[in-house]
Design a protein around this ligand. Structure first.
Ligand code: GCW
Length: 681
């Protein structure tokens, strides 16, 4: 039965028999060196994958077969690879990159996966498997790949009691109660395989709202046991730490970063941590944000706070991911806050600190403009944080492929150094010379049989990993790969469902918050609509704070006449967002307060367009249902029925969103529904 557990690593026998015949000829024997664990993982994956896909066991040998050998390794581990004399070419790809080529060794035709480093071999193995899974030609391979950013990290918001903050797919994967003794739960290894298949090389395993106990010996031993598994797949472990740890442990009465005792405390702590986990990646820190402790509590700033941690882990090669997700109710415009706090600190952070910035200025909304911090920090390493967990996208109940959202922000042009300074290039260190680069995503896997709840949430995890490897890949191409690997190579499935995936995110925008509206979510759970002003709630946690609607109009004025948040962008971007007849209407109400009768490009009034968009979102879900009906029988019954049922939930919710928001806004605008609008359901 298909329960989705295998994700995109299904390795079911391929159906195209002539292709299988060719593949079998070319990939008859695996020649892999004994040695490093990561290369061993690559060899095992190739055996498992190719045996499954080609429906016959792939033998492993120490020497070349007469024909059809697949040779993998590094020049250091494999004489055959060394004999190719590719050192310079491999050096160009770096230790995580690889060459995947058909060539000759002596007089034998071979397929080669070679890298300078063990991880490159593993990533090359998954690349080859992907080619087979998606039924590509492999007889003339000349592939050279290398990741465009350095730290490709998933973040878990897992609490130590195994509840997952904003996790909608069961309990935390980490069974703290049976660790460290039992680390052979197959889930741990499969989790590592899933990530490694995308080139993900780091995981921050606990919630950024961090429980200090993660740094006790008791938990460090457990983390070490998990890390033993992850290490075999080239994945580094990171820990979210609580900034007040020196106090929480009862050792000191302060966590002031400029107090030498605090600095010493962290150095001693680092020593203890690295004794347990010598290859720990470092810390992820949420400080002075949503009630979490931080340096500001002691009158210090983010750089002071980050740097002492950086100094503590530096001797072990550790890094600090320091989050820029900060805001407070005192601020007039939450949009401005991260920039206002971090921009003045540019250049003040240690080289092993990376400031981790959410894609948008508020909080993982269905559509946000890119954070103005991208393009503003020239002398501070930065990375981007995305969200796969669908906190604001209907949890694991709605189909909302996030690839297009990721692509939108990666392609956004900051104009930091003239045209073409896209967020992607900035992250890749191509615009400013960063010491370290990276991308992170908050993912949601839990003990659900299929890891992610909705089978299509898997696609966003997949898209994140692929784009972290190469931010220039298109969300459409990635969706197709994912569908082929996860469901079927049948075009009758790929075409309609590829389209569904392409507009599923926009549908989510339309039925929740079209035209640049944002954060109309019910406070707390963030699932359903609550577009009104709730006097009992903190001001910046009510929807009204974000849309400012009244009888005259709607939208948050962030131009000079308002909060002037647009000043945080570079000239051309500022002008684009700031000028009514230039702005892309998808962002209109993010930046402007306009009348209900404001004329849109379509010729309709804003009010009419808004109502129409809400309804369009609902219609898009209906289309998704219709397309899904058509693929019945092309995939397994289990996953077909599961998605079908979830689409019913999604439709029900989309209607609720549309009707709640339209009737609330109507109570302010006092305008009739435009002609032809559907009756509220
Ligand atoms: O999106 C908000 C969430 C919080 C989360 C916070 C953050 C981990 O509602 O649950 O806390 O962001 O990113 O720190």
């Amino acid at each position: 039965a298909e329960d989705g557990y295998d994700m995109w690593l299904r390795y079911q026998p391929l159906s195209d028999s002539s292709l299988v015949k060719d593949y079998r000829k070319q990939l008859g024997t695996l020649v892999a060196p004994d040695g490093p664990a990561v290369i061993e993982s690559a060899a095992q994956e190739l055996q498992r994958g190719i045996s499954g896909l080609l429906d016959r066991p792939l033998e492993r040998s120490d020497s070349l077969a007469r024909r059809g050998s697949l040779v993998i390794g590094t020049p250091e581990t494999s004489e055959l690879i060394a004999s190719l004399g590719w050192e310079d070419r491999l050096a160009q790809q770096g230790p995580e990159g690889f060459l995947l080529e058909t060539t000759r060794i002596g007089r034998r035709d071979v397929t080669v996966i070679a890298s300078e480093g063990d991880r490159g071999v593993l990533y090359g193995a998954f690349h080859l498997l992907r080619l087979l899974q998606t039924q590509q030609a492999i007889e003339e391979l000349a592939i050279a790949e290398a990741p465009k950013v350095q730290h490709r990290v998933v973040n878990h918001w897992d609490n130590l009691n195994r509840l997952v903050e904003r996790g909608y797919a069961g309990l935390s994967l980490w069974e703290w109660g049976t660790l460290p003794e039992y680390n052979e739960n197959p889930r741990y290894r499969d989790y590592a395989r899933i990530n490694a298949s995308l080139g993900i090389n780091g995981t921050a395993i606990n919630n950024v709202n961090a429980d200090p106990r993660i740094l006790t010996d008791q938990f460090l031993e457990k983390v070490a046991a998990l890390n033993e598994v992850f290490r075999q797949y080239g994945i580094k472990t990171y820990l979210s730490i609580n900034y007040d740890s020196p106090r929480a442990f009862g050792d000191l009465d302060t966590a002031d970063p400029l107090d030498p005792r605090v600095q010493q405390w962290w150095k001693d702590k680092a020593k203890q941590i690295y004794k347990h986990i010598p290859d720990l990646g470092g810390f992820l820190v949420k400080a002075d944000s949503e009630g979490q402790p931080g340096p500001q509590g002691y009158g210090r700033n983010h750089a002071d706070g980050a740097n002492i941690l950086a100094d503590a882990v530096a001797p072990y090669g550790g890094v600090i991911f320091w989050r820029a997700f900060v805001y407070s109710p005192e601020q007039g415009d939450r949009f401005r806050e991260a920039y206002d706090e971090f921009k003045p600190l540019d250049g003040k952070f240690r080289d092993n600190v990376i400031v981790q910035i959410k894609n948008g200025p508020i909080d993982f909304q269905p559509r946000e403009p890119f954070s103005p911090l991208f393009g503003a920090l020239e002398d501070t390493n930065i990375m981007m944080e995305l969200q796969v967990t669908q906190e604001y996208f209907g949890f694991s109940n709605h189909l909302a492929y996030q690839g297009p959202l990721f692509e939108e922000v990666l392609d956004a042009d900051t104009h930091a150094k003239g045209e073409g300074s896209t967020v992607g290039k900035i992250l890749g260190g191509e615009v400013f010379e960063y010491e370290q680069t990276g991308m992170a995503a908050v993912i949601n896997p839990g003990t659900d049989r299929n890891w992610t709840g909705h089978p299509f949430v898997q696609s966003s995890w997949y898209a994140f990993g692929r784009m972290a490897w190469d931010y220039e890949l298109s969300s459409e191409a990635i969706a197709e790969e994912w569908m082929r690997m996860t469901f079927t190579n049948d075009r009758r499935f790929l075409d309609p469902i590829g389209e569904v995936m392409a507009y599923s995110r926009e549908a989510g925008v339309n039925y929740r918050n079209p035209l640049g509206l944002t954060h109309l979510f019910a406070q707390g759970h963030h699932y359903g609509p609550a577009p009104w002003y709730d006097e009992a709630e903190r001001m910046d946690w009510t929807a009204w704070y974000y849309h400012r609607a009244d009888e005259d109009g709607i939208g948050f004025d962030r131009t000079e006449s308002g909060s002037n948040a647009i000043e945080q962008y570079h000239g051309p971007v500022r002008e684009h967002f700031g000028t009514l007849d230039q702005i892309d209407e998808d962002y209109l109400l993010w930046f402007h307060h306009v009348g209900w009768d404001y004329k849109m490009n379509s010729g309709r009034t804003l009010w009419e367009e808004l109502v129409l968009k809400y309804d369009e979102g609902v219609q898009q879900v209906r289309n998704m249902q219709a397309e899904w009906e058509k693929v019945q029988g092309l995939i397994d019954r289990e996953r077909y029925e599961h998605v079908k049922a979830l689409l019913e939930v999604q439709l029900r919710d989309a209607i609720r969103w549309r009707d709640s928001c339209v009737s609330y806004f109507q109570s302010l605008s006092g305008l009739p529904l435009p002609e032809g609008s559907p009756e509220p359901e």
